[in-house]
Design a protein around this ligand. Structure first.
Ligand SMILES: Nc1ncnc2c1ncn2[C@@H]1O[C@H](COP(=O)(O)OP(=O)(O)OP(=O)(O)O)[C@@H](O)[C@H]1O
Length: 254
């Protein structure tokens, strides 16, 4: 009875640029952390373009509200989660201004998360209203930045890093996604976006490099089908687990 309830801590997953695989990483990271024994939940903070309901195979579920608090739905491996996709009709555009979006984000984050200890929050790309609301109101315990290896994405990633740094949010590290493509026919590895860019950028920014995820058809196919590779076995699951392990080490030390 006297045991202290552990506060829910937020792990923000962000990128400067869109389409670099932030949602894919967030879903797989949440699953990999869950498999490492962490009590994780997942919030899709991409209010205008939510994708986590699909990635986590929970599109058909509707959250209920109890005492004005939403109860999360259940994603892959029973991970509690919430996304605007659970609350609005599929395909319907949300024409909302900043304050409404910030209110919606608050409803998702301040839901009834039970004994969840870590909330992985998938942010929309860039440094706009949602990101500001996130750092000012919800104070993440740490941020993971996702980038592809090419220069333009890395410049944008640097901007995202700077937003969190200005707000005093600790950096967990940088993940390089879509690095190296293995041809499914001949096995030859090519680097459509260059190689090693994110690791070098992490060094320049004096932040840890958490690892790389290859550009792989299987990752796209399984994630888009609501069965993310981190939930299975194989080299992709191993790659996500290795990143989750580094995040877990950081979490234990902080
Ligand atoms: N490592 C990968 N290999 C292959 N496809 C990937 C990989 N990572 C992401 N994708 C695919 O790229 C597309 C964009 O990924 P995702 O939606 O995760 O990016 P995002 O950064 O969250 O995008 P947005 O800016 O729209 O929020 C998706 O179709 C996803 O399946």
């Amino acid at each position: 009875m006297t045991a202290e309830r552990r506060p829910l801590r937020i792990l923000a997953v962000a990128s400067g640029k869109g389409g670099v695989g932030k949602s894919t990483l967030s879903a797989n990271l949440a699953i990999a952390l869950h498999r490492l024994g962490f009590k994780v939940g997942l919030v899709d903070a991409d209010i205008y373009g939510p994708s986590q309901a699909r990635l986590m195979g929970s599109e058909d579920q509707k959250p209920v509200a109890r005492d004005k608090k939403l109860s999360p739905v259940s994603g892959v491996m029973g991970i509690p989660m919430l996304s605007m996709a659970h609350l609005v009709e599929p395909g319907k555009a949300l024409a909302w201004r900043g304050p409404m979006v910030s209110g919606a984000l608050g409803q998702l984050i301040d839901a009834d998360w039970g004994d969840t200890e870590w909330l992985v929050v998938d942010l929309p790309p860039g440094t706009g209203d949602i990101q500001l609301s996130m750092v000012q109101k919800h104070k993440p315990a740490g941020a993971v930045i996702v980038s592809t290896p090419q220069d333009l994405a890395l410049i944008d990633a640097t901007r995202a890093v700077s937003l969190f740094a200005q707000a005093g949010v600790p950096m967990v590290g940088l993940v390089e996604n879509m690095s190296g493509y293995a041809c499914p026919h001949c096995g030859e590895i090519s680097d459509p976006f260059g190689q090693g860019g994110a690791e070098a950028a992490a060094q320049d920014l004096a932040m840890p490099f958490l690892g790389r995820i290859p550009l792989a058809i299987d990752i796209r196919r399984r994630s888009d089908a609501g069965d993310p590779p981190a939930a299975g076995e194989g080299p992709h699951a191993d790659a996500f687990r290795a990143i989750a392990q580094k995040v877990a080490d950081w979490a234990k030390a902080n």
